[in-house]
Design a protein around this ligand. Structure first.
Ligand code: TYD
Length: 221
């Protein structure tokens, strides 16, 4: 009965939220049972940790502390929300997941790769996405969009970092995609959002189709 787990990744202002909303509607229109969730957060325990992370309250304690908090939030979210939904056949769309930790904490937080691998193993606990959609955008444009969207609200802990940090994150997401081409698909998010949405829907429906084929084969065996 396993459903499909799809994650969305990318830098600030790449349009993840809009694309997730559009994909959820498209999938529901063709009869799928869809759950939309996000990280950090997505479960009551993880939402409590979200505030600590995004306000910058954990920042003085160092990147390892932040990485552990993201992992704690992820573990709760996986076990309380994602796994139960996927195991009952639902399609889960998650705004950010393990690749954000690899990039924001691992690469631009300069954390020891072995430490990051251990944290990922414990927090993800086998719940690897079937498909990861990476929205790729020049950070100058991404930050411009994020600033426009925010209006008078203050930039969060991550948005306000220097441009070169955002550039390194962009590269790091692209490298993950190169290393795991069977899981990750990169979309140029600079284009018209309806065009991007159509391509994302095609990739998602293909991933759902692959899952259903595997389910049918397992049933027939
Ligand atoms: P959020 O307000 O959800 O914004 P968005 O996803 O639209 O950028 O902010 C989440 C922030 O947390 C974002 O800047 C990336 C950061 N983050 C990490 O550093 N590590 C993680 O593991 C996750 C899930 C997010």
């Amino acid at each position: 009965m396993r459903g499909t787990f799809i994650t969305f990744e990318g830098g600030e202002g790449a349009g993840k939220s809009t694309q997730i909303r559009t994909l959820a509607e498209t999938l529901r229109d063709v009869g799928h049972d869809v759950l939309v969730t996000r990280e950090p957060g997505g479960s009551p325990g993880a939402e409590a940790v979200r505030h600590v992370l995004l306000s910058g309250a954990a920042e003085p304690f160092g990147p390892e502390m932040e990485a552990l908090l993201f992992a704690a939030a992820r573990s709760d979210h996986v076990e309380q929300v994602i796994r139960p939904a996927v195991e009952t056949g639902r399609i889960v769309l998650c705004d950010r997941f393990m690749d954000s930790s690899r990039v924001y904490q691992g690469v631009t937080g300069n954390i020891d790769p072995d430490f990051m691998k251990s944290l990922e193993k414990v927090s993800v606990n086998g719940m690897i996405p079937d498909l990861t959609i990476i929205l790729d955008l020049d950070p100058v444009e991404g930050l411009r969009r994020a600033t426009a969207r925010r209006g008078d609200d203050a930039a969060d802990r991550y948005e306000k970092e220097a441009l070169d940090v955002h550039e390194r994150r962009r590269e790091a997401f692209l490298e993950i995609a190169r290393n795991e081409p069977e899981r990750c698909v990169v979309f140029n998010a600079e284009r018209d959002k309806a065009v991007v949405a159509d391509e994302i829907a095609a990739a998602a429906l293909a991933a759902i189709g692959r899952r259903e084929t595997r389910k049918a084969e397992a049933g027939a065996a």
